[in-house]
Design a protein around this ligand. Sequence first.
Ligand code: PLP
Length: 389
Amino acid sequence: MSEPSPITRAVRAGIDTDLSHGAVVPPVYLSTTYTFEEFGVSRPYDYARRGNPTRSIFADALAGLEGGAGAVVTASGMGAITTVLHALLRPGQVLLAPHDCYGGSWRLFDALAGRGHFELVLADLTDAAVAEQAIRAHRPSVVWVETPSNPLLRISDLGALASLGHEVGATVVADNTFCTPLGQRPLQLGADLVVHSATKYLAGHSDVVIGAVVCRTPEEVEDLAWWANCLGVTGGAFDSYLAQRGLRTLHARMAIHEANAAAIVALLGAHAAVSAVHHPSLPSHPAHALAARQQQLFGGIVTFELHGGLAAARAFMEGLRLFCPAESLGGTESLVSHPATMTHASMPAQVQAAAGITPGMVRLSVGIEDVADLIGDLTAGLERVASLS
Ligand SMILES: *Cc1c(COP(=O)(O)O)cnc(C)c1O
């Protein structure tokens, strides 16, 4: 029999490996410390901050899905980003990042740059000419790519950014939280490292905060593992267990997220209360062709705009029964958020406007409920908006 596919390996990671009792599901190793085999001879695991067998199962399964040499599992997505920044950047070197990156990433980039850890340059990396000019002018040591972006689902060309970045010797890092390795494979497209907020789709049940960095080479795995241990940001055993449990069903969940989102995109596009729908599956999306080329899934996040601004968004969201008003994304349950007053509330109005965030904009994290129920809930919301005018 040939080697099982990465999906099969993710489903079966650690299954039937317990030699003590024959437990089918691997145990959670809670011990903080491990005995020495004999005087001066340590075992593969010695102290749980540095290494833990439960964490390794998740790391290896995720690395398999991304096609990497290995992964470092961290206490959160921000822990993964912290590890990468410390490992790769010194004072005076440049980090080039998207101007509309995840707010927590922006806050960390800005705070560390403010203390002289590195120089930060922000640019619109979805614009090929702007990206090329920024890379040639600033010669960054790290190019940070986040595609699709939040909340507008703008697409950056991973392959083009990787080649340009490599021309100036940069390490190219992709935040693949939105797509997951089933929807996009940044290492295959030329990126060197992939970071994840595994809190979202990978763990998938909105009950654990955890992150990871997947590396192309064993040398990078070793270096980043050293930094994660040194910084003290490695992931906990029980959190790793929950994330691995989520990963077992990733392919099944993503198929339903994708199908439900497609039905919802069709509903929204045909409704008079809606002024715009942002989803890379739509031929009207400015980078639809690029998304179709570099992604295997268009994804379960759908952003749209309502005629009637803030009042319309409020009428729509108040009274939804299945979509919970909450930040975050990627869980089995559907969520709805209002970027202007929730995820992007810290931006002043004119900065929001420049970023394309409007008062009538709503973002859905489409869950895996029965799609007919989701359509019913959203249709009732759109009728409330229509009845306003
Ligand atoms: C949530 C998120 C993060 C941060 O991850 P945490 O697990 O919350 O620390 C980073 N990038 C993206 C794209 C995210 O959505």
